[in-house]
Ligand binder design. Structure first.
Ligand SMILES: [Zn+2]
Length: 236
């Protein structure tokens, strides 16, 4: 390996970093962020809508159960009425006991009916909430679609820039030795840019002074030297 190979690697890094900056701009574009926010909002609304659906299903089950319970209470009342008809109470005490039994069943029915009207109100509320969610969802979808058009136009231009820059970098990559490129890519997984110039006796990536043994190696330009602190390849 010689200094020239390292310089070719360096030249590639310049173009590679330019391409990465464009890619970052695309990722961090305010339009894209708004678009993602809008998408998250729509998904959140859909989740809420589903939750209300589940609550409605629970209410419907409860309504059916109460309906059955009221029917059973009415059967009880009918049975009591039939009993009275067949065997009218013979004294005041048994008449009172019978009336007590009847009023207990009626109280139960009344409390079921109260619950029924609460359920009806809950149904109404759920329905109102779902209607307003549908309205909001429609509005959110509209603004999402508008943003998407803007974003697609914007990103099409940026993507063309990125492709052009990647092509420039690829051209430079052709003159870089395979082993150097492999090393560069391995380091890039941990830190970018993966190469740093030596500034005085410091790695310019992390500003750490390099030991003299390493300095000699770096200055020879014939071996690959990595900074012990940040792991970057150091080039003089
Ligand atoms: Zn360093």
């Amino acid at each position: 390996m010689d200094q020239q190979q390292l310089e070719l690697m360096w030249a590639y890094q310049q173009e590679d970093m330019k391409a990465d900056r464009i890619a970052n701009e695309i990722r961090r574009s305010p339009t894209r962020q708004k678009l993602e926010k809008s998408r998250d909002f729509i998904m959140e609304q859909q989740k809420l809508y589903k939750q209300i659906d589940e609550q409605i299903a629970v209410l419907a089950d409860r309504k059916d159960a109460i309906h059955d319970a009221i029917a059973r209470c009415e059967e009880q009342l009918n049975a009591l009425a039939a009993k009275v008809k067949a065997n009218p109470p013979e004294d005041a005490e048994s008449a009172r006991a019978l009336l007590q039994e009847v009023s207990k069943v009626r109280d139960t029915i009344a409390s079921y009916e109260q619950e029924m009207s609460r359920i009806a109100k809950d149904f109404e509320n759920s329905d109102r909430k779902q209607r307003s969610l549908r309205l909001e969802a429609a509005k959110a979808k509209q603004s999402f679609d508008q943003l998407k058009v803007v974003y697609e136009k914007e990103s099409k231009e940026k993507k063309a820039m990125l492709d052009a820059q990647r092509a420039i970098a690829e051209e430079k990559a052709k003159s870089v030795a395979r082993e150097l490129m492999d090393e560069y890519l391995a380091i890039k997984k941990h830190i970018a840019p993966p190469m740093a110039r030596l500034l005085g006796d410091q790695c310019s990536g992390c500003n750490t002074a390099q030991p003299s043994a390493l300095l000699r190696k770096i200055k020879s330009g014939t071996v690959l030297v990595e900074c012990e602190t940040c792991g970057r390849m150091i080039i003089q």
